[in-house]
Ligand binder design. Structure first.
Ligand code: SF4
Length: 440
């Protein structure tokens, strides 16, 4: 006899933080007996895990929620839930219900762990359940997770942010910084290694602030503790604020072979005037000093960054400062964005919003430069043998793929058994940012 299980589908928007939170939502649903469905068409529960960091992510989510109206008409028992940082914005939960009256549950980032009780509550009442807390509560441990990126695993170490960069909505929707206890983090990591995971990425809006609220271990101490877990694995972390990058952290990376020699250090702008308006708490010179400190401490360090163009009042001189900084540092990767106006942030009220056409021209220049830089970097790999961690199979390329410790992606002819293993790959050719090679 076929046993019919209830199915769920999750749509995730935005950053790694959200992807990992969707793993928790999936874990909660599976602990209730739901099974994952590839398609929303036959799901009994559909969850939209939204993002509001950029306007287009928010628009995309709303467009997709709107498209579900027909599905809800066909299946009256379908539960549609919306969560994530978009719902934490002031008045947004009510506005969503008004715009899409077929939504059943809206919950925020501070009470994701309560999703099970919200589902139970919804089954007992007709009207929509709205549960968005405007203040963060205790950190709740033990939420089940359905991890989706073996052999890599994501582990939250702290939540929220105290920095209040003027363009950023995160402190308003994710609250103040709260750190998990080191013991809980280390235990989670130890279990992951036991379960066969080979790469752990410690996650936080600003990992360097870890522990400031606990007055015990700082971030370097935590890294050291995780790196001392037995077994062969890689340890990464993101994201860092340049102002908090310390000599102690550089020493810790240098002295622990399990910690990858790669760091994401968002610069945002190369102009002192714009950095001040952004409330970033460092100057261009400070940033160069941190880069020098990193390169002097760890000669093979790969530095990646985030760059924003079109911040209010950014003129040609400011943009050229950013361009110049990128050329001087030589980032091994850069996420380059056009400033996105977020209501409720100080930058949204600033005069001098930059014309979209000008911002687009600026981003194109930076992208062109960075792509060329990446191409040249990739060429230097040809003929070399690198150790990659095989992550999976790329259907389109018909090849297995994995990254080296610096985050560079390599494709090769392998086999299913390679997934989750460290493999030496000799690089034969390169294409853009990607490398192609063969197992040695
Ligand atoms: S450091 Fe700045 S950009 Fe990063 S999350 Fe905090 S406020 Fe946002």
């Amino acid at each position: 006899m076929e046993i019919l299980c209830k199915k769920y589908h999750i749509l995730t928007y935005g950053c790694q933080m959200n992807i990992h939170e969707s793993e928790k939502i999936a874990g909660i649903l599976e602990s209730m007996g739901y099974v994952y469905s590839e398609s929303e068409n036959d799901a009994d529960v559909i969850v939209f895990n939204t993002c509001c960091i950029r306007e287009n992510a928010e628009q995309k989510a709303e467009g997709n929620i709107g498209a579900l109206k027909q599905l809800k008409k066909k299946n009256k028992n379908l539960i549609i839930a919306v969560c994530g940082c978009m719902t934490q914005q002031k008045g947004k939960a009510d506005a969503l219900i008004k715009k899409f009256p077929f939504i059943d549950i809206v919950f925020g980032t501070h009470n994701l762990e309560n999703f099970k009780s919200l589902l139970i509550l919804k089954s007992a009442q007709k009207k929509a359940v709205i549960s968005v807390l405007d203040k963060e509560g205790e950190i709740i441990e033990g939420t089940p997770k359905k991890r989706t990126s073996f052999p890599n695993a994501w582990v939250n170490i702290n939540y929220g942010c105290n920095n209040f960069c003027t363009y950023c909505i995160v402190p308003y929707v994710r609250g103040r910084e709260r750190s998990r206890k080191a013991e809980d983090i280390v235990n989670e990591c130890r279990q992951l290694i036991k379960d066969g995971y080979k790469e752990i990425t410690l996650l936080g809006q600003n990992v360097n602030s870890y522990g400031k609220d606990l007055n015990k271990e700082d971030f370097s101490d935590l890294l050291e503790q995780v790196a001392s877990i037995d077994g062969k694995f890689r340890l990464r972390f993101m994201t860092n604020h340049p102002k908090d990058l310390s000599p102690k952290l550089i020493e810790t990376i240098k002295n622990n072979p399990k910690i990858c020699h790669s760091i994401h250090l968002p610069v945002q702008s190369g102009s002192d005037r714009i950095l001040k308006l952004m409330n970033r708490h460092y100057t261009r010179e400070d940033y160069f000093n941190k880069v020098e400190m990193l390169k002097n401490g760890i000669s093979d360090i790969a530095i990646t960054t985030d760059v924003m163009v079109g911040f209010p009042t950014e003129d040609e001189g400011d943009f050229n400062d950013t361009f110049d900084l990128m050329k001087k540092v030589g980032f091994s990767g850069a996420f380059i964005f056009i400033y996105s106006k977020r209501e409720g942030t100080p930058a949204a009220k600033m005069d001098g919003q930059v014309d979209e056409k000008i911002a687009t021209e600026r981003i194109m220049k930076l992208l062109e430069f960075q792509n060329e830089f990446n191409r040249n970097q990739s060429l230097k790999y040809v003929g070399k043998t690198i150790e990659i961690l095989c992550e999976g199979y790329d259907e389109k390329k018909g090849k297995y793929l994995g990254r080296d410790e610096y985050g560079r992606m390599a494709y090769f002819d392998g086999e299913k058994d390679d997934i989750g293993k460290f493999i030496d790959v000799k690089i034969i050719s390169s294409g853009g940012i990607s490398l192609f090679g063969e197992k040695v």
